[in-house]
Design a protein around this ligand. Structure first.
Ligand SMILES: Cc1cc2nc3c(=O)[nH]c(=O)nc-3n(C[C@H](O)[C@H](O)[C@H](O)COP(=O)(O)OP(=O)(O)OC[C@H]3O[C@@H](n4cnc5c(N)ncnc54)[C@H](O)[C@@H]3O)c2cc1C
Length: 384
């Protein structure tokens, strides 16, 4: 890397912010630019999540990336935060019907090997933790004590503060409309980005555009990887229970619904996955109505009204894993997309991995004991 190198990160959600922060920390770039189309950062999927950290969730590279993120999440640099990023919550998974017990056993088996294992709880013990569900003899439950709520706004802000402290720049209301390769003979930098506010020349482009990742690639002449945005619905409702702010996160073992206490309310979701185009996602009334019916049937919330509703796009690669790393035929175009349903809890690790792959060409020491197999993330796996 020459000392005059410039890097642009396209997309100011959690993926772009964490990558920009980690790239700025390397001190290998003269300019680190975070470019966001919207007037505010994090207003798409990042601002719409359930904000949960669970070490025992996700397949393939998700757990290694989560493991690599834990030290930042638990113990962020003091200069970047005003308080903790995590608040202990605990997660109770419920198998309601006998036919769901096999899935619970599968998840238990995977979770017993974890650093913080999942344990099965008897229904009496689980009932004390979760008065908002009626547990009967046909229920089985498992408990992950070390699950936390993440303060997503503070986490995103920590990356932004760190980026600014290390000299990075943030450009909002600035859509990247296209990217062009300058010719090898030109004296200009390799990439010319056409943006709302004018052209920008850089050496490296990091694509962290979430649901728009394939569109950004296409405008740069790079083959899409096959991202699929999936809409997920959520809403808030008042809690009918005293002290429910201390209740655990409650999730159905087959992920048909979940509830997260939030002060005197519950955030509820039918955990739906509805294919969508990249867009400013909105909750559909029919999905909210179905969710209320389901959650009322399975819990004691007795929802009659809701106070707010929203939807967000969880975007997946074709094999459901993230796509992180340089495009094989054009290594100065770097992917950081497909964060799916775990982009918040994996963000410190994913951002670090982008910086490692750009500057070292390999995962660095943060990934030493995580079991990361980087080939499960590299775009190479999706190129025939
Ligand atoms: C209901 C719900 C619950 C979730 N719960 C959790 C959870 O509990 N834990 C967890 O870890 N994850 C969770 N997730 C997933 C998590 O929110 C996402 O994985 C993560 O936010 C994705 O971040 P991102 O930066 O890739 O995308 P985004 O936040 O969408 O950011 C992409 C940005 O790129 C910008 N952009 C696009 N095109 C351009 C362009 N051409 N020029 C400039 N900017 C551009 C967009 O405006 C956008 O701001 C949840 C998601 C949803 C919807």
């Amino acid at each position: 890397m020459n000392s005059n190198a410039h890097v642009a990160i396209v997309g100011g959600g959690i993926a772009g912010a964490s990558a920009a922060y980690s790239l700025s920390l390397t001190q290998q770039f003269d300019r680190v630019l975070l470019i966001e189309a919207e007037p505010q950062l994090a207003m798409h999927t990042t601002g719409r999540s359930a904000a949960v950290l669970t070490e025992n969730y996700g397949a393939g590279p998700v757990r290694p990336l989560t493991a690599a993120s834990l030290s930042f999440l638990h113990d962020p640099p003091e200069s970047l935060v005003d308080g903790p990023l995590l608040h202990k919550r605990g997660l109770l998974t419920v198998a309601t019907r006998p036919e769901d017990h096999a899935e619970l056993e599968k998840q238990l088996a995977a979770g017993t090997k974890a650093r913080h294992p999942i344990i099965e709880l008897g229904t009496d013990e689980a009932q004390l933790l979760a008065p908002h569900i009626e547990l009967t003899a046909s229920h089985r439950t498992m408990w992950e004590a070390e699950s936390h709520d993440i303060d997503v706004a503070a986490l995103h802000q920590a990356f932004i503060r760190g980026l600014r402290l290390h000299g990075g720049e943030i450009l909002t209301s600035n859509r990247v409309d296209s990217a062009h390769r300058n010719t090898a003979t030109s004296n200009d930098k390799p990439w010319r980005l056409e943006t709302t506010k004018g052209p920008i020349s850089v050496d490296i482009v990091v694509n962290a555009a979430g649901a728009w990742g394939d569109l950004v690639a296409t405008t740069a002449g790079i083959k899409p990887v096959g991202l699929q945005p999936m809409r997920r619905t959520a809403f808030m409702t008042a809690s009918p229970f005293e002290g429910s702010g201390r209740f655990p996160f409650l999730v159905d073992v087959l992920h048909r619904w979940y509830l997260r206490p939030d002060g005197t309310q519950f955030m509820c979701s039918p955990a739906d996955e509805i294919p969508s185009e990249p867009c400013d996602a909105r909750a559909e009334e029919i999905d909210i109505a179905r969710a209320i019916e389901l959650i009322n049937a399975e819990t004691k919330l007795n929802i009659r009204s809701i106070s707010s509703q929203w939807a967000g796009l969880r975007t997946f690669g074709p094999d459901r894993a993230m796509v992180i790393g340089p495009e094989p035929t054009e290594p100065s175009f770097v992917w950081c997309v497909g964060q799916g349903g775990t982009g918040i809890q994996t963000s410190p690790g994913a951002g670090q991995l982008v910086a490692d792959l750009v500057t070292l060409a390999n995962p660095g020491e943060s990934f030493a004991d995580t079991g990361l197999n980087v080939s499960e993330l590299l775009p190479d796996r999706l190129r025939g």
